[in-house]
Design a protein around this ligand. Sequence first.
Ligand SMILES: Nc1nc2c(ncn2[C@@H]2O[C@H](COP(=O)(O)OP(=O)(O)OP(=O)(O)O)[C@@H](O)[C@H]2O)c(=O)[nH]1
Ligand SMILES: [Mg+2]
Length: 605
Amino acid sequence: MNTTMMPFLYPCLLRTACRATKPRNGPQRISTCASKRSLQTSSPRCAASLSKTDSSRLSSSYEPISPSSTPTESRRRRLDPTPDDYARNIFVDKCTLTIAAGSGGNGCVSFHRDAFISDGPPNGGDGGSGGNVWIQALPGHTSLHKLARRGTLKAARGVSGQGKSQGGRKGEDICIQVPVGTVIREVWRSDPVADEEQRLAELKALDPEVAAVADLERRGPRSNPWIMYPGAVGREAKDLESNLPKPPKPRRSHLFALQPPGPITLDLDKPMEKPVLLAAGAMGGLGNPHFATKELPKPKYATKGELGIRLKFELELKLLADVGLVGLPNAGKSTLLRAISNSRTRIGDWAFTTLEPSIGTVILDNNEGRPLVRSGIEGQPPRTHFTVADIPGLVEDAHLDRGLGLGFLRHVERARILAFVIDLSSSDPVTTLQSLWKEVAEYENLRNIEVNEQSESRSVEWTGFGKQSPAPQTPQENFVDEEGQEILMYPEPTRQLEPLKLPPISAKPWYVIATKADKENTQDAFRKLQTYVASVEAGHIMHPSQQKNAWRNRVAVIPVSAINGEGTERVASWTAGLLDSMQGASMAGKDVFSPMDRTRPRTLE
Ligand SMILES: Nc1nc2c(ncn2[C@@H]2O[C@H](COP(=O)(O)OP(=O)(O)OP(=O)(O)O)[C@@H](O)[C@H]2O)c(=O)[nH]1
Ligand SMILES: [Mg+2]
């Protein structure tokens, strides 16, 4: 066992070892005591440790770690790998996605034929409706990179109807799976059915005399909704075309009622048991029996299916992970993430090894009997895991976009809890913590100014009474539908989405992970850091963010040696306790980010 870590992580062992009068039984007794205490660390009592008094909390930071946690060679290799031993991490937290609901299948022109009936009644089937597009937020997904790569997702088209009154099959649905914490906002839509409905409504509103001479034919992408009998050629075909009836009104699927009203904005901040509908598939065309009349009992035409709606969305992760690791470059964040999760993020003894956030999942219950850390709220299913984001290192003036700057800070504000990773072997840990908080707070101020400026500019743009008529649009892009028919698309309106409204960063729960505690002469730095944090918590000194409403509830300083995997259990149990508290507060309808709220819900016993 590393003797340097003794005063930090094994003070009980040290004391017991010093007091031990019988060296013969010493090691065994220490081992029993240590493993018993270690179990308590991962027991419900530890999850509920937030409700204990300060003194017990401080002493709990010196809980011993079981000797069984002594790193094996393979673990050591995992936590101190060569710089090229890592899994490439692809992470995307913002992307645009175009979706297209399936178009309807065409109706069929067909007539009954039998042994003695050569020219029977019409029996063309209707086309099947197009596939729907659904969306579902699922735990276990952490990035939007797969959707960003796809760019466009289309549900299948409905199958066309057939003779003998056979209706076409419905097109296959698609379900888009996104991480919990995704916000979906509509940027633009092209809905041929809505456009046609609007045109008909405008015509209806016209003076009857004007309407009589107005062009009642369909326009736009589906200007010719008819399917003609293929057997009709030459003069017959011309006669047929000139005697076509008024086209039927555009139809909507009954599922359209379930579609959220536009412009769609969805905040998927909870795991969903069932998907929600984003876009309903279009209706299929009508077979020729629909057009049979007394005068024309055998119509030689049917209609095409409606075209599916197309929507463009901006997807953004409002919640990146439960915990965000914030620290200077080279502080040991990635090593810590490797130590507490199965992540294989890159580690290197130089600054900016990590350039993109990487998310690791910390398993609390591996479903193999007793949970490693019991977590959850009474009456709710127990928490089995939480996620941790390893965020690239922060440098001074990051809020002015230095280093990885604003991109990094954007990720910080998307974590529920902030864990400040401080390298105990670095010059002054207290100054480090203060400078990290300074950058975070400066960014928060900048963001608030930006949001205010945006709302001001919006109010200046307000044009007073009367609606401004939209600028006339000219068709821009020509798409071709499944049958090779041209679809006119209109240019995307330049709709700028506002930045997401996120909770204030300084009001988020936070704690400190004092890492590299195995290095020599780090005890003083740890004590200094602990004393400073205790004074902040007690309100004796200003919060390092310099914000009045910053979080001061129970801020722990957890010493760890990530490279040896020591002390990391407390990170898991402390985080689980914080998450339970936040969940309980939000269920009780309290403001989760209220800095003065000291009541704690009861965690699972
Ligand atoms: N002795 C000791 N070294 C550590 C510990 N944790 C990390 N290190 C070393 O510190 C160096 C930097 O570790 P990283 O995990 O890559 O640091 P980081 O904070 O992710 O760095 P960036 O990605 O550049 O921001 C590596 O050489 C690690 O082996 C620890 O607990 N003890
Ligand atoms: Mg790193």
